[in-house]
Structure formats: structure tokens, C-alpha cells
Write a protein that binds this ligand. Structure first.
Ligand code: C2E
Ligand code: MG
Ligand code: MG
Length: 562
């Protein structure tokens, strides 16, 4: 084969390799390069890459020696390309002193080779940049696309069932940020991530999916190690080596079962996410495994969400009223409006649909609907000569993102011409700082309008005294878990706390009501502790409106002799 023929064979093979970028065979490519260099007696080939021209000036780039037979370094040809994104690629070919000079024909051939290689490098580089943009977030963590891509790669190797997937949220990370500053917090997060990545190694991937949320998939062999770190691990603080930060995560785990057939990578994401949501709600034992029960819950949620719009339109939701009673004279002084769903001839209790509707903003539609019916009822009672009593309505925290919430509530109340002091809005405690500010804004806005506000379920979870000090409430609703039971002695912790919470609330001018009063003994405990308003099964369960209206006519419960 002549030199010219050999050149054409090699060149075509080189172009083929470069065109097939997805299955690029590097070994083959290098082999051709070496043959090319030998064909033209080249002694060395060097490629330089700089991110931009400034880096080029400073000599701050990547330099690859593509070929070097050690026989000399007289440069015979050099090319420089500046790409659209301002990165610089340079290529230089060398010969030994003995072999220079080249014929014009050979020169144009090696120029062609050099150009082809350089455009290949620049295209490859571009692909790397595109990859970075698409598969990494702005800080450089692999993102959700990387996660999905990895799942697909694992699935293609057909060993998905040997893997475990997790979704985790770093607990209390805002507190860590407050304690050691944002930069310190970022460094701790990165060190934690690196530790997880190192533990996973080639057995999978860990990716950040926003804020302090991460997802990972890895071989079951490393599960124990990864979960061990996620449970609790100490990370040294970059800016203060003596300080070590304890980092733990709420983790949702999906151990991919044998015979699992992957339909979409998002299926795995949905499962770990569902488990992780439950893990986050727990105060301890923060690792939750995805299981059959969760599948059933998910199916239930989908059903409720699908039926909700029609049910609302068909007015299947009814308001039940539970009286609030003054225990000094037995008089009904108010009531709480509680929702019941009449569906297919059955009454569905709120525990079965409210948490589902709270997964999106459907709950807001229901709450407004409830307020609407309550306003209609109050108006009717007033119009038929009844005395006005204050009705409380529950408002989900999901409303907090609604910037027009206050206007919305006032529009409903005013369009039924209901005196503002006959409406009370029950709000529950919050867990985050942002929500706390929203809660404060909403409570203050309602009060300005003369609407009553109450803290619902006080005592459940982590009640904060700040909540009472900083937000202008009218009413404190003490949850039944705070109410001493019949056989609690007067000096038990529950009894003492109950007593002090009531006296504190009254000292700062809050009306107090105790929920879940079931027995006469408990009524007496309320009396002894100076809490005069009670709500609970001892008087009545939540009642359909017709029943409640009968109670209103009677006005008093008979508590004589109790
Ligand atoms: P909540 O606002 O704390 O309502 C009080 C719950 O305690 C009611 O349960 C009531 O039936 C129950 N209860 C009252 N007295 C007693 C008692 O003596 N013993 C016991 N064991 N329980 C008693 P319900 O009606 O099942 O409502 C549960 C929760 O569902 C409510 O708790 C509230 O958070 C939510 N909810 C109900 N209706 C609505 C609504 O229209 N909107 C929103 N956002 N939430 C609602
Ligand atoms: Mg309530
Ligand atoms: Mg309550």
C-alpha cells in the first residue's frame, strides 16, 4: 500500500471513530494516531486546552501529550482555535531534527489531521460543558438528571434488584447554618456529601435535588455503611478544625425487591420520596422503609384526590358542630365547625381525607367551603331571631402561601353579612421560621378585622412559648393530651403543666379552652384549674346542624350536681 493510500485508510478510520462519539473507542483512536505519526515521521503531538484566553495567557490550562516517541521536538505545525464560548484549543506536532523538512503535500495532510483532531476535542469539550450544565447543579453537585441517568444505566445492566435507593433530608440544617454561618454550612454539607459519595464509590451515585435534599442509589452491599452515616455522623468544620458538627438525616429507603420491573426512573423517586416525607414527620427513628402499607396509603390518596372535585361540587362535605360549653353554668358559648364527608352512604372522618387534601392545595378549597357554610348558618340563626354565638373554623397551614388569604376570608364573611366577632379561626403551631412569620402576619391581619384567632392543639408536638408571646392570639385551645386523665395525681407532671399553662395564658389575657373533655372528673379538673370553657364528648360529639340547632334552643347543659 502506498503512503498516500495508507493515509486515506487511516484518516477514514479516524473520522469514523470521531463520528461515533457515544461509543468512542479510545484505544482504537490512539492506535490510529500512533500509526499516523509514524507514517509522517512525527515525533510528538501535544494538545492544550484553556477555559478562556485569560487562562491561556496565564498558562493555566490542561496539556495532553497525545504521542511522543522521544525522538525530538522541533515544532512543524501549530494550530489554535477559539470556540464560541471563548475556550482555547491548541495543537502542535513535532519532528526530530533529522526528519525536517516536510513536502508541501505531506504538510497539508498533517494539517488536515490536526484540524480534525482539534475540532473533535472542542466538540468533546463542549459536550462536557453541556453535560455539566444538564447533569450538575450550579454548585457542582450531580442533580436529579444524573440520578435518573444512573438508574437507567443500572437497569440496562439488569441488576437493579441488587440496589437500594434513598431520599434524605439533612435535619436541622438551618440551625447549623445559623451556628457556623452560611459558608461553614456549605462546607459541612459538601464534606458530608463527599463522605457518602466515597462510601458508595463505583456502586452507584448520590445527587442533590435542591436545598438540603439528596437522593442516592447504591449496591445493597454498601447499604449498612451509607445508612450508618446518614443516621448520625460528625463532620469537622472547615473554618474551625476544633469544632465538629453532628449531621443526621431523615431518610426514606426503598430496597429494590427481586423481580422488580422498572417502568420509569421516576417510580423509584416517588417511592423514596413518599417514605422520606413520613421520615421527616417523625421526631426520632428517622429511617423509614417504603412498604406495602405505604402503597396502600398512596392508592388511598390518589382515590381521595380524584374524587374530591366532584364531591365538593355535589356538596358531599357537611359541617358538624361541636359545642363549647361554659362549665360554670352549662351554657353553650360557641362551637367548632368540623368537616364530615358523606360518601357512598358512609361518613368518612376527617383523619381519612384532611391529611390527603393537605398534600396539595385542595384543603384550601375545602376550608373556604366550610367557612362559607358556617357563615350561611350563622346568618340564618341571626335572621330567625337566635342569639349569635361564635363559631370556630379550622384553617390549614397550606393557606400560608396565599398572599390574598385575608381578603379571601373577609370576602366570604362580609358577603354573608356576618358580624366579625362571631368568627374564630383556629390555626396550629408551626415548625419553621418562615411559617412562623406567615402565621404572625395572618393572625395580626385577622385580629385587625375583629376576627378571633386561636392556637389549636396547643401541647401537641413542640409547643413554643415564643408562639404565644409573639403572636396576638385571643384563644388558647389546650389539646386533650395536656389534660390530666382521671387517675393522674395532682402533683403529676401533666397536672402541674396543665395548671401552669392555664394560669400563664390567663395572666397574659388569653381565653382558655380545653379540648377532649370526656368525663365529669375532667370537668372538675377544669374547674379546679380555672379553665371555664370545655369542648368534648362529655357534652357532645360533633353534631349535624339540625341536632346542634336543638342544643342551641336548649342553650344549657344540665351539669347541676356535678
Ligand atoms: P381539631 O381541630 O383539633 O378538632 C378536634 C378533634 O377532636 C375533632 O376530631 C373532634 O371530634 C375530636 N374530639 C372532640 N372532643 C373529643 C373528646 O372528648 N375525645 C376525643 N377522643 N376526641 C374529641 P375530628 O372531627 O375527627 O377532626 C380531626 C381533625 O381534623 C381536627 O382536629 C382538625 O385538625 C381537622 N379538621 C376537621 N375539619 C376540618 C376542616 O374543615 N378544615 C381543616 N383544615 N381541618 C379540619
Ligand atoms: Mg380545631
Ligand atoms: Mg384541636
Amino acid at each position: 500500500m502506498s503512503k498516500d493510500e495508507r493515509f486515506h485508510v487511516l484518516f477514514e478510520s479516524m473520522i469514523d471513530d470521531m463520528a461515533n462519539i457515544d461509543n468512542f473507542d479510545k484505544e482504537h483512536f490512539v492506535h490510529i494516531l500512533v500509526e499516523m505519526c509514524e507514517l509522517f515521521s512525527l515525533s510528538k503531538g501535544v494538545t492544550e486546552y484553556y477555559i478562556n484566553t485569560i487562562h491561556e495567557k496565564n498558562g493555566d490550562g490542561e496539556i495532553f501529550v497525545d504521542y511522543d516517541n522521544g525522538k525530538g521536538d522541533v515544532p512543524v505545525i501549530s494550530k489554535r482555535i477559539v470556540t464560541k464560548s471563548q475556550s482555547v484549543i491548541k495543537g502542535t506536532l513535532y519532528m526530530s531534527k533529522e526528519d525536517v523538512p516536510l513536502s508541501d503535500e505531506d504538510y497539508s495532510k498533517i494539517e488536515l489531521i490536526l484540524r480534525a483532531i482539534m475540532s473533535f476535542v472542542s466538540r468533546n469539550r463542549l459536550q462536557n460543558e453541556v453535560e455539566k450544565l444538564g447533569f450538575y447543579d450550579e454548585v457542582g453537585y450531580p442533580n436529579l438528571h444524573s440520578f435518573y441517568r444512573c438508574i437507567e444505566q443500572i437497569n440496562n445492566k439488569s441488576d437493579i434488584c441488587d440496589h437500594t435507593a434513598v431520599h434524605y433530608n439533612l435535619r436541622h440544617f438551618s440551625v447549623i447554618n445559623q451556628e457556623i454561618g452560611r459558608a461553614g454550612g456549605d462546607a459541612v454539607m459538601k464534606s458530608h456529601f463527599d463522605l457518602i459519595q466515597e462510601t458508595i464509590g463505583d456502586n452507584g451515585i448520590v445527587c442533590r435535588v435542591g436545598g438540603d435534599n439528596f437522593v442516592a442509589i447504591f449496591k445493597k452491599d454498601v447499604s449498612d455503611n451509607v445508612l450508618g452515616i446518614l443516621k448520625d455522623t460528625k463532620i469537622s468544620c472547615k473554618y474551625n478544625q476544633d469544632k465538629r458538627i453532628s449531621v443526621s438525616a431523615s431518610v426514606g429507603v426503598f430496597e429494590i425487591p427481586e423481580n422488580y420491573v422498572l417502568e420509569r426512573p421516576t417510580d423509584i423517586m416517588e417511592k423514596v420520596n413518599a417514605a422520606s416525607i413520613i421520615a421527616r414527620q417523625k421526631t426520632s427513628g428517622q429511617i423509614v422503609y417504603y412498604d406495602q402499607k405505604m402503597i396502600a396509603m398512596k392508592e388511598h390518596a390518589v382515590k381521595v384526590q380524584r374524587r374530591f372535585p366532584k364531591a365538593l361540587e355535589n356538596r358531599e362535605f357537611k359541617v358538624f358542630y361541636q359545642p363549647k360549653v361554659n362549665i360554670l353554668n352549662g351554657e353553650i358559648v360557641g362551637a367548632e365547625a368540623l368537616c364530615r364527608w358523606f360518601h357512598n352512604g358512609k361518613i368518612v372522618p376527617p383523619g381519612e381525607f384532611i391529611p390527603v387534601l393537605e398534600q396539595n392545595t385542595d384543603i384550601c378549597l375545602l376550608d373556604f367551603y366550610m367557612l362559607e357554610i358556617v357563615c350561611e348558618d350563622i346568618r340564618r340563626w341571626l335572621d330567625t331571631g337566635n342569639r349569635g354565638i361564635r363559631i370556630s373554623v379550622n384553617l390549614s397551614r397550606k393557606h400560608f402561601v396565599d398572599a390574598d388569604l385575608l381578603e379571601h376570608i373577609m370576602h366570604i364573611v362580609d358577603s354573608h353579612n356576618v358580624p366579625h366577632n362571631l368568627i374564630e379561626i383556629e390555626l396550629t403551631e408551626t415548625t419553621t421560621d418562615v411559617e412562623f412569620l406567615d402565621l404572625k402576619r395572618i393572625a395580626a391581619g385577622l385580629q385587625k378585622e375583629g376576627i378571633y384567632t386561636s392556637v389549636d392543639d396547643f401541647g401537641v408536638g413542640y409547643s413554643s412559648l415564643n408562639l404565644i408571646r409573639e403572636i396576638p392570639w385571643n384563644v388558647l385551645k389546650i389539646d386533650r393530651c395536656f389534660l390530666p386523665s382521671d387517675d393522674d395525681p395532682a402533683n403529676s407532671v401533666t397536672s402541674l403543666m396543665y395548671k401552669h399553662v392555664i394560669s400563664m395564658a390567663q395572666d397574659i389575657g388569653l381565653e382558655c379552652i380545653t379540648e377532649g373533655v370526656e368525663t365529669i372528673k375532667q370537668v372538675n379538673i377544669l374547674r379546679e384549674n380555672n379553665c371555664h370553657i370545655a369542648q368534648g364528648y362529655f357534652f357532645d360529639r360533633p353534631l349535624p346542624v339540625e341536632e346542634f340547632e336543638k342544643r342551641l334552643e336548649q342553650r344549657f347543659y344540665n351539669i347541676e350536681g356535678s
